[in-house]
Every structure is written in C-alpha cells, then in structure tokens.
Ligand binder design. Structure first.
Ligand code: HEM
Length: 483
C-alpha cells in the first residue's frame, strides 16, 4: 500500500523541482507572446481598415473640385485670413471652383458645400441624416429627442406624427391660437403704455419693456385677452395643443422633456427672428406696410367663415413674410450627411458616406443667378403674379374682397430654403407661416408700426449662436390706428 505522506511529499518535490518551474516560466512566456501577437494582429487590422477607408475617402473625393493643397487642410490658407467667416470661405471656394466644392477639415473629415439649386435639391432628398455630434450637443442641453436625432430612421415616425398634429389637427382648428397670441401682445402693448405713462401719440417701444414685463407676469399663469376674459392656462394650452400626442407615443428610453424642449427652443428662436425681421422690413418700407394694411382691411370687410383662412387672401402679407425669410434666413447653413451609404449625384459626383454636406443658405438665397439682379433687395412682389382678365390686362378685384395678386408657391424655387428642403425639411413651415401671418394681420390692423427716432437704420447682419441677427436691433413703435 502507498503511504499518503510519502505521496504528498514526492508531489511537493515535483513542484519544487527546477524542471517544473522552468516549465511554468516557459508556459507563461508562450501565453504572453500569444497574447501580444494577437493584440498586434487586431490593432494592425484595425489600423489597416482605417487606412483603407481613408484612402477610399481620398480616392472618391478626388472627383470633387476644391482648393488645391499639399496637405489635407485645403482651406487652411483661406481660414487664416483675418475677418473671414466660414460663409466667406465657402463663397470664395464656390467662386473659384464651381457649384460643388470640397474642403478637408481634418485627415478624415471631408466637408462638401453645394451651391447649385438643382444639385441642392438632389442632395437634400438623398442625404437623410444629420451630423451625430450636433445631436449630442442638444442632447446634453435638453435630454434625448427622437425628433431631432441624427439618423433619419429614428426621426421618421416622429416627424410624421408631428406633421399630422400641426398641419391637420392644429391648422384646422387654427382660429384660436393666433387670436389669443395677438390679444396677448395687444394687451402687453397697452399695459406698457399705461405703466410707462408713454404718450399714446408717441407710440410704444415693445422691445425695451418685454423682458421686465414677461418676468413680472411669469407667476400669472393665465393668459388674458385684451378685454380681460380668461383664455386658458399655460398648462391647458400646452396639453391641448402641442404635446398631447407626442406624450402618448413616448418610448421608454426617451426623456419626456427632450422633444418638447427642443421644439420650444427651435420654434421660439426661429419665429422670433422671423417676426422681428418682418416688422423691421415693414417699418423700413412704409409703402409696403400701407398696401398690406389695405389688404387686411379689404379682407376684414368680407371675412371668411373660418377666420384662419383669411390670411390666404392676403398674398402681399404672405409674400412679405417669405421675402423677409429669404433675406434673413434663421441660420446661415443647412447641414446633412449620409451615415451609411455613399451618395451619387446626377452630375456624376459621388460623396463618401460620413462626409459633412452643407448648403450655404445665405449665399444661395441672395444669389443673383437664382433671384435676378435685385437679389439683395427687399421685393415681396417677386413671389406674386397679377390676376389678369381674358384680354391679358391686370384685373382689379378689390370690390369682391379679393386681392389682384396671387401668391406663387415659394418652394417652387429650389433656391428658397429658409425652412430647408427634402427628407429633413422643417415640419413647422405651413403651421408657422399661417400663425405668423394671422398674428401680424391682427397687429397691423390695430397699429401702424414706425421706427423709433433713436434707432439706427444702418443695421448689419451678423451670425450669433448659429442665428443670423440684425445689429443694432431696431426699436419699433406701435401707433394705434384710428379705426
Ligand atoms: C419661423 C419659424 C421656423 C423656421 C425658419 C424653421 C426652420 C427650420 C430649418 C431651416 C430646419 C432644418 C431643415 C433642413 O435641414 O432641411 C428646421 C427643422 C425642423 N423644424 Fe423648424 N423652423 C421654424 C419653426 C418650426 C416650428 C414652429 C416647428 C414645430 C412646432 C418646427 C419643427 C422643426 C423640426 C421638428 C425640425 C427637424 C426636422 C428633422 O431634423 O428631421 N420648426 N426648421
């Protein structure tokens, strides 16, 4: 029989033998070598894949014209010029290289700018995604949003829902909102006059009081109309109008506020720029304001059954809004990208997946080639045609309550892009144009607007927080009309 003490002793002996520890060391060395080799193979494969995709991008980007460069940073020389904005850089590139140009922003980051309206239309339809990092910025600020996410797949369903909500349900019941908003603003103007003791003949500077007034009344949750009647509380208003359906279709991952906050942020920013700009244009062009007022009075004498449809009988007012949006778009650029697939344009150019695609809206909307020699001038009549009789001469329809002009669809011109175009175009366009037109019609019916004597007429346009802004902003006076 074996003695267990002797067995364990001999086993310990094997473990302690120099041969065994050499074996162990050898095993550990081989394991480590295998691991290092494997890591090397994985890292090399990854690097090679990256290098191949890089060469792929360079090869495909070769067909796109752009600034010649010895390095990737083709735009460097242009960027280093003093006082040169990004729009200036793109303008310079387009002048030299044609309607489509490329700029390397880094070895792997290709930017392609498109200026030709036909190409833009093609691109905005085909490029359905937006840049991932722009979404992340807003994600940090407002939480996750399925409405403004970069991938089209993610936003498609939610876009359809919101479009139905805005264009079918809200617009069809559209009488209430503009009336309430206009009443609210009128109420504010009258309050400011009373509180400030401003001589009503001198009018009222809305801009200088708005901040203080909004702050004072933020605790008062009920909106009241000019005659003091209760309209509805903020909560009811939000619940009923904008957000009911969006809340119902929320998925688990999504933060409840993300969509609502992004929409409020986007809607407020863009709408305030548009309204301010239309008012400024009307102040600067008194003759257009007078004609818009006549149009409003004419429609007012013969109103439609549905009040919200009246604005469609005010073509000059609508054309004024479109022309203001053309001359001062809310952002200087539209951006897109195709995250998964390369894009092929009808012109034969292929844009690699992941490239940043931009449309310099400001340039396109003021391009003489697209808008004629008066491209940089305010001319709402460019969106209007005259109603003619059978003999071809202009017809005067004022006695019938209809304008002698008809509004041409501004979106027929591919160079009209204040609301974007294609797969990711703004969903709010129809809704906000009707709303802004109704509110302006109510205001202009009650007030004549003039520029305060201390305002500076020489306002220039600058880009701040991604929005085009006028500086210094004009101070507008509201003078009550004798009704
Ligand atoms: C004057 C008012 C407005 C202007 C000028 C404006 C302009 C724009 C522009 C330029 C875009 C990007 C389009 C593109 O990349 O092709 C956009 C996107 C969008 N707009 Fe507006 N917008 C306005 C008001 C509104 C309002 C009131 C709403 C909703 C209530 C709205 C909802 C959206 C949404 C959801 C998108 C994102 C579309 C997407 O990423 O798929 N907008 N808007």
């Amino acid at each position: 029989m074996n003695n267990p003490n002797t067995d364990s002793f001999s086993l310990l002996g094997v473990f302690h033998s120099p041969h065994f520890s050499e074996l162990l060391r050898d095993f550990a060395t081989r394991e480590l070598n295998a691991f290092l080799w494997l890591s090397l193979v994985v890292v090399t494969t990854l690097l090679l894949r990256r290098l191949f995709s890089l060469f792929g991008i360079w090869r495909r980007a070769r067909t796109i014209p752009g600034p010649p460069s010895s390095s990737f940073f083709g735009g460097c020389k242009l960027f280093s010029r003093p006082n040169f904005t990004f729009t200036d850089v793109l303008s310079e590139c387009h002048k030299n290289y044609g309607p489509i140009v490329k700029l390397w922003l880094g070895p792997t980051q290709l930017l392609v700018s498109v200026r030709d309206p036909i190409l833009i239309q093609d691109m905005l339809i085909k490029a359905e995604d937006k840049l991932p990092y722009t979404g992340k910025l807003f994600h940090l600020a407002f939480g996750q949003s399925s409405l403004f996410a970069p991938s089209f797949e993610k936003v498609q369903k939610r876009r359809e829902l919101l479009a139905t909500e805005l264009n079918e349900r809200l617009l069809k019941n559209g009488d209430m909102i503009p009336v309430k908003v206009a009443d609210f603003i009128t109420d504010k103007i009258e309050n400011i006059k009373k509180k400030g003791g401003i001589d009503s003949r001198k009018g009222c500077k809305l801009s200088s009081h708005t901040k203080h007034d909004v702050h004072n009344e933020s605790s008062n949750k009920e909106m009241k109309s000019a005659d003091g009647a209760k309209c509805c509380s903020d909560d009811e208003f939000q619940d009923y109008y904008f957000f009911r359906d969006l809340k119902d279709h929320r998925d688990g991952k999504e933060e409840s506020c993300g969509n609502v906050m992004r929409m409020i942020f986007h809607g407020c920013q863009t709408t305030s720029v548009l309204i301010t700009d239309v008012l400024t244009r009307l102040v600067m062009h008194g003759e257009i304001q007078d004609k818009v007022y006549s149009e409003i009075r004419m429609v007012g004498r013969n109103p439609s059954k549905c009040e919200h449809e009246d604005v469609y009988r005010m073509p000059l007012l609508l054309a004024t809004i479109y022309e203001s949006a053309r001359l001062l778009p809310t952002g200087s650029m539209l951006q897109r990208c195709s995250l998964k697939h390369d894009l092929s344009f009808a012109s034969g150019v292929t844009i690699p997946a992941g490239a940043v695609l931009v449309v310099p809206v400001e340039l396109v909307q003021k391009d003489e080639f697209n808008w004629g020699s008066d491209a940089s001038h305010f001319n709402p009549y460019r969106f209007l045609s005259t109603v003619t009789n059978r003999s071809g001469s202009a017809e005067d329809l004022s006695s019938t309550g209809f304008s002698s002009f008809v509004l041409n669809d501004p979106n027929e011109n591919a160079a009209f892009l204040p609301f974007g175009s294609g797969a990711r175009a703004c969903i709010g366009q129809k809704f906000i144009i009707q709303l802004v037109a109704s509110v302006l019609a109510s205001l202009l019916n009650k007030y004549e607007i003039r520029l305060s004597s201390d305002s500076n007429d020489d306002s220039n346009t600058t880009l701040k927080n991604n929005l085009l802004q006028r500086h210094p902003s004009s101070q507008i006076l509201f003078m009550k009309r004798d009704q």
